[in-house]
Write a protein that binds this ligand. Structure first.
Ligand SMILES: Nc1ncnc2c1ncn2[C@@H]1O[C@H](COP(=O)(O)OP(=O)(O)OP(=O)(O)O)[C@@H](O)[C@H]1O
Length: 255
């Protein structure tokens, strides 16, 4: 679980995060949504420890980051997996080498043990063995995302952060990737936080949704109540998507 207590972050005197308080429980998918410029990425970077908030606290399973020694911060980083927007795979490495990278960086396991673990996670994300020796350019965008997820979970993280995991994917593949993240989150009891613009994701895996507006937490809830809120900022945002308009129409027609 990650608890965020009144965090603030400014750049050059301009406050970007204006006192955010929320909780991201483990074993479920937590989504951060909001308009472009709302502060989602800055927030995610604070959770990742890449930005240090000017004020407030972030607690990882009860322990505040600010109290961590350098060694504890290093340990925490090893417990974090990240799925980057574009996949961010190393082009010069094969699929297997990409997934093995965190193990080589952070652990001292024997090569045979690492190879076994790499195979295990690639199987878990349903990437066929024929793809394991290929380079990222030789596989599809959806497969690249699977590799990126495999790399993020290979070192058994307690926390998984995903920045726009669906960008560049067709809707069907995006749904498969969303559900894969949801399954892994539950199976390994991970605290997962996903930064997304994708309304399909909100409907599919929005177990907790945090809506940011102008650096503040405007609303929080889940996929079942987001339709029912009378918060105008949220409704304006969600109903601007085609998908939500169709759902609302269907609801109005009594389906
Ligand atoms: N390193 C930085 N230095 C200065 N300003 C920054 C920095 N990072 C972000 N900002 C500013 O913070 C604000 C929020 O940016 P952020 O990237 O968090 O928005 P976002 O909600 O993720 O938007 P998008 O959906 O477009 O990615 C923007 O005005 C941006 O210019």
């Amino acid at each position: 679980m990650i608890e965020v207590q009144d965090i603030r972050k400014a750049f050059d005197g301009e406050e970007i995060l204006k006192g955010i308080t929320t909780t991201f429980p483990k074993g479920q998918t937590n989504l951060i949504i909001g308009q472009s410029g709302a502060g989602k990425t800055v927030f995610l970077k604070c959770l990742l420890g890449l930005f240090r908030p000017d004020k407030g606290k972030i607690l990882y399973d009860g322990s505040p980051y600010s109290s961590f020694s350098d060694e504890e911060q290093r340990e925490l980083r090893q417990q974090m997996g990240m799925v980057f927007q574009g996949g961010a795979l190393f082009d010069s490495m094969t699929v297997e080498e990409n997934v093995m990278f965190p193990l080589r960086m952070f652990t001292r396991q024997r090569r045979s043990v690492m190879i076994k673990r790499v195979k295990e996670v690639l199987d878990r994300v349903n990437l066929a063995e024929a793809q394991h020796k290929k380079f990222p350019v030789e596989i599809s965008g959806g497969m690249q995302k699977r590799v990126s997820i495999a790399r993020a979970i290979v070192n058994k993280p307690k926390y998984l952060f995903c920045d726009e995991p669906n960008s560049g994917l067709d809707p069907q593949t995006a749904t498969v990737i969303d559900n894969l993240i949801l399954e892994l989150t539950r199976e390994y009891d991970i605290t997962t936080v996903i930064n997304t613009h994708d309304m399909n994701s909100v409907l599919e895996i929005g177990e907790k949704i945090v809506f940011l507006k102008g650096g503040k937490l405007e609303w929080e809830g889940d996929k079942n109540v987001i339709f029912k809120t009378d918060n105008e900022s949220v409704t304006e945002f969600v109903y601007s998507s085609d998908l939500f308009q169709k759902v609302r129409k269907a609801q109005n027609q009594g389906f």
